[in-house]
Write a protein of this length. Structure first.
Length: 256
C-alpha cells in the first residue's frame, strides 16, 4: 500500500500534472494540499475518471485539502481540526481508507514573524498536537500526512542564511515537530533515510530547483501500527521538474 502527500499548489491549474502523477505513481492514497479551489470547483469528475474516490474541503484562492483513494471511497471522519470552531481556514481533513485513519493537513506558513500570522501558526499547531495525541492514544493505525510548513532540522534545508528569520525554521516551529515525535509518531522519511539529504520543496525564486536548494516541509508521521509495516519511503523529485510543476514534490511511504 502506497500513501503519498502532495502540495499541488492549485489543483485546477495543475490538474494535468496531478493526473499524470496519479497514472505513473499509482498511489493507493494521495493527500493533497493547497487546492486553491472552492468545494464546487474541485475537479471531482476528472479525478473519478482517473480511478480515485475523494473527499475534500476547499477554499477560494487559498488553502484547501483533499484525500484521494484508488478504486475506493474514503470515509470522511473530520473536515476540520478541532479546538477552534471560529477557524474557517480549510487546512485539515481526515478519512478512513482500507483500515487506516489518514489525515491530510496544510499547516500555516506563519510568515512574517513575529506577528499575527506566526501566532496563528503556533496556536494551530497546539490544536494539531492535542488532536494528534488523541489519535495516537486510540492505538489505531494512523498516518498524519501533509505540508507541515516546518523544517525539522538544519539538515532539512540547503546551506543558506536567507531563511534565518523565516517562520519555517524558528525554534518554536521545530519544537512543534519534536513534540509530535515525542508522542510516539515516526517520521517515515527519516526512518528510511536517516543520513540522507531529502528535500520536498524548491521555491520558484532564484533558480532553486536547478540548484537543488530545497527544504523538507512535507512529512508523513506514522502511528506504531503503521510504522511496523513501513517498507520504504521517498520523494518523487522528477515531478518537480515537469513543466508547470508545483513547487513541492510528492512524498510517499510504502507499507507491507
Amino acid at each position: 500500500m502506497r500513501i503519498a502527500t502532495f502540495n499541488i499548489n492549485n489543483v485546477n491549474r495543475r490538474l494535468d500534472n496531478l493526473l499524470h502523477w496519479l497514472e505513473v505513481a499509482k498511489p493507493d492514497v494521495a493527500c493533497l494540499q493547497e487546492l486553491k479551489a472552492t468545494d464546487a470547483r474541485f475537479p471531482r469528475v476528472a479525478i473519478e475518471k482517473a480511478g480515485y474516490g475523494a473527499v475534500w474541503r476547499g477554499q477560494s484562492a487559498w488553502n484547501g485539502v483533499a484525500i484521494l483513494a484508488r478504486d475506493a471511497d474514503p470515509v470522511l471522519t473530520r473536515d476540520a481540526l478541532p479546538g477552534d470552531p471560529a477557524d474557517s481556514q480549510a487546512r485539515y481533513i481526515e478519512a478512513a481508507v482500507n483500515g487506516i485513519v489518514i489525515a491530510s493537513l496544510y499547516a500555516p506558513n506563519g510568515n512574517p514573524q513575529p506577528g499575527p500570522k506566526f501566532d496563528y501558526k503556533l496556536a494551530w499547531s497546539e490544536r494539531l498536537i492535542a488532536h494528534a495525541g488523541e489519535l495516537f492514544a486510540t492505538g489505531l493505525p494512523v498516518v498524519l500526512a501533509g505540508d507541515f510548513n516546518i523544517v525539522p532540522e538544519p539538515r532539512d534545508i540547503y546551506p543558506t542564511k536567507s531563511y534565518e528569520k523565516n517562520a519555517l525554521v524558528q525554534p518554536q516551529s521545530r519544537a512543534v515537530f519534536k513534540r509530535l515525535l515525542d508522542q510516539g509518531w515516526v517520521d517515515a522519511i527519516r526512518k528510511v533515510h536517516p543520513d540522507e539529504t531529502v528535500y520536498t520543496f524548491w521555491d520558484y525564486m532564484r533558480n532553486r530547483w536547478a540548484r537543488n536548494a530545497g527544504l523538507r516541509l512535507d512529512h508523513l508521521l506514522l502511528s506504531r501500527k503503521v510504522a511496523r509495516r513501513l517498507k520504504d519511503a521517498g520523494v518523487d523529485m522528477d515531478v518537480r521538474g515537469l513543466e508547470g510543476a508545483s513547487d513541492h514534490a510528492p512524498a510517499w511511504i510504502e507499507l507491507r
